[in-house]
Design a binder for this molecule. Structure first.
Ligand SMILES: NC(=O)c1ccc[n+]([C@@H]2O[C@H](COP(=O)([O-])OP(=O)(O)OC[C@H]3O[C@@H](n4cnc5c(N)ncnc54)[C@H](O)[C@@H]3O)[C@@H](O)[C@H]2O)c1
Length: 334
């Protein structure tokens, strides 16, 4: 019998998931990928140059978990000023691996935030020094609170330092951190954040390096989140040359991640990458082994992170009757 389709708006989903659950799910998804048990064709891009927009299509499936989904995510930089709309608009369709039926259509912002935070959290757990206590955040936009939430569950954070081009945003994120009982401070400069922290998250749309090599001290771990397209970069390529670099996926990272600019200039190559995070999550390679090493995680976001997170939201929504339920979209054969 055909199953109904659940529709979940952003307002139906806020707060449905606990970050520790998402961290465990995303780590499992990485491990499944490391063991070669996921299917995740490369992201496809549709370009809308006249509208300063791009649409990314991200399919993924995890057969061991019987989960599959496709995320559509558009990045239209002219949206806020031109249309009063967000820059990023994401939609996720969950598909039954058994029958191919669409089971759920949901807004993708919450899932994207939770799973992007969780990727940094998993990388922090596997790559940061155990005695890391100070978290630095550069970029206090939509992703900021999710990054804070994920990393504070992945290392013993005592202090949070935040910088944003818009000081008010940095103050708001610092206030959220203080709400968790942490020491937190909005910093006027990125340099102050970088020099003072043990683990750094960069989550800006910058296309020029913000973080300078000389600010980065031995033993630091960096999660580079912001780069999503060719030409984007947040840290000085000299940091990549001296660090142990881990990517989420070589193909994605070399085209769109933090490493894409140095790769395109021939300054950085596959041989300079220590591992893909899925290999470490699967236990095929060790994480941090040297307390003095600088480690960098270049995350571009994998479709399988969306799949496991969105299916968890769906499970909660089914249990609690969230959102709307409509009849199947297709017609049954007679
Ligand atoms: N890796 C992933 O999986 C993934 C997932 C989602 C989003 N992203 C990327 O992460 C970035 C942040 O996303 P968001 O949704 O939070 O965007 P956002 O627009 O909500 O926030 C970005 C913030 O960065 C600040 N900023 C910009 N340039 C800065 C600079 N030089 N120094 C300090 N702050 C600066 C802005 O003021 C803003 O507050 C985007 O580039 C987005 O595409 C990556």
């Amino acid at each position: 019998m055909a199953r109904k389709v659940r529709i979940l708006r952003a307002s139906d989903m806020a707060g449905t998931l606990a970050m520790p659950d998402v961290l465990a799910l995303v780590e499992r998804a990485f491990a499944e990928r490391g063991r070669g048990r996921t299917e995740m064709p490369a992201k496809s891009y549709l370009h809308f140059p006249d509208q300063q927009g791009v649409l990314l299509i991200m399919p993924g499936s995890l057969p061991q978990m019987s989960e599959a989904a496709v995320k559509l995510i558009s990045v239209h930089t002219g949206n806020p000023a031109g249309h009063g709309l967000p820059t990023l608009i994401a939609t996720i369709v969950l598909v039954s691996p058994d029958t191919g039926e669409p089971l759920c259509i949901m807004d993708g912002a919450y899932v994207t935030g939770m799973r992007t935070g969780a990727a940094s959290g998993v990388a922090t757990k596997l790559l940061a020094r155990r005695d890391s206590h100070v978290l630095g955040l550069i970029g206090a936009g939509f992703q900021g609170p999710f990054q804070l939430e994920a990393v504070r569950h992945s290392m013993p954070v005592k202090t949070v330092l935040v910088n944003d081009l818009v000081p008010e945003k940095a103050r708001k994120l610092a206030d959220i951190a203080m709400g968790f009982g942490l020491h937190a401070r909005a910093c006027e400069t990125a340099e102050e954040v970088v020099r003072g922290c043990d683990v750094l998250v960069t989550a800006t749309p910058s296309d020029r390096p913000i973080v300078r090599n000389e600010w980065v001290h031995p033993g630091m771990h960096l999660n580079c989140v912001g780069s999503y397209a060719a030409g984007k970069q947040e840290i000085d390529p000299a940091i990549l040359k001296r660090a142990i670099v881990v990517v989420d996926d070589w193909e994605q990272a070399s085209h769109a991640g933090e490493i894409n600019v140095p790769v395109s200039r021939g300054l950085f190559g596959r041989a300079d990458v220590y591992a893909e995070l899925p290999e470490i999550a699967a236990g095929l390679k060790p994480g941090r082994t040297d307390n003095e090493a600088v480690t960098v995680f270049d995350t571009t976001g994998l479709a399988i992170q969306d799949v496991v997170t969105a299916w968890k939201v769906f499970e909660v929504a089914e249990r609690n009757g969230l959102g709307l339920v409509i009849d199947p979209l297709f017609t049954l054969p007679t």
